[in-house]
Design a protein around this ligand. Structure first.
Ligand code: SF4
Length: 234
């Protein structure tokens, strides 16, 4: 038998073997195996809180009563980030529970949400004494946890309440809140709308109109429409 005839006989033999194996059910083509899920890029929120622990990473730990980590729906599409806990927040361990918090609650309701449907946190998690502004070293010490918190939440929109949140979330530490508010920015691919802090609105009620305009932009982004009947929070 020459080489060509030998090769043809070999191919015919293999084909026959495969046909018999297929008929007997002995030949199975393995199904495609789904790739394992991609590892989560972020820690779950509870793990971020656990990692924070009873934090002593900056000097504010010495004067706080409670760490104010954040509150709300871990799957919220809308997150509000303020500046720092005040006296009431420090005592209760929850953000935005004083007068400014009650105004924020009314703003949230006017947007069509309940407080527990959104998530609320601050740039830093312990109260600065006397409600002074957060200092750069305090923000620097605390920001890794805010970053992890926002990565875990992965909301569609963040509303930055006041100068410190707006500056941090937009990466523009020298910009005035008046220059940042009312326009869209991004943080890690998330839409950010800066606006005035509710505490400022308590001192300057005339600013509520522009804040409501900012929040209407947020509603339009989230819902694709603006409720014509929605009344400004007052
Ligand atoms: S402000 Fe942040 S970094 Fe400083 S002690 Fe509190 S949790 Fe820790």
């Amino acid at each position: 038998m020459d080489d060509r005839a030998e090769l043809e006989a070999l191919v015919a033999g293999v084909k026959g073997h495969l046909a018999r194996a297929r008929a007997n059910g002995a030949l199975r083509v393995p199904k495609a195996v789904a790739p394992p899920p991609a590892p989560r890029a972020s820690l779950p929120l509870a793990d971020v809180r656990a990692e924070l622990g009873e934090c002593t990473r900056c000097k504010l730990h010495g004067t706080r009563t409670h760490i104010v980590f954040g509150v709300g729906n871990p799957s919220a599409e809308l997150v509000f980030i303020g500046e720092a806990p005040g006296a009431n927040e420090d005592l209760q361990g929850e953000p935005f529970v004083g007068d400014a918090g009650q105004l924020l609650d009314r703003m949230i309701l006017a947007m069509g949400y309940q407080r527990d449907q959104v998530y609320i946190a601050n740039i830093i998690k312990c109260r600065p004494p006397g409600n002074r502004n957060p200092e750069p070293d305090e923000i620097e010490a605390c920001e890794p946890f805010l970053k992890k918190q926002l990565a875990a939440l992965a909301p569609r929109v963040i509303v930055a309440l006041g100068k410190f949140a707006a500056q941090w979330l937009t990466g523009r530490p020298d910009a005035a809140i008046s220059a940042l508010r009312g326009r869209w920015h991004t943080y890690e691919g998330i839409q950010v709308m800066p606006t005035y802090h509710p505490a400022y609105l308590l001192r300057t009620p005339s600013a509520k109109r522009v804040v409501w305009e900012d929040l209407q932009q947020v509603m339009a982004e989230l819902r694709g429409k603006v409720s014509p009947d929605a009344a400004a929070a007052d």
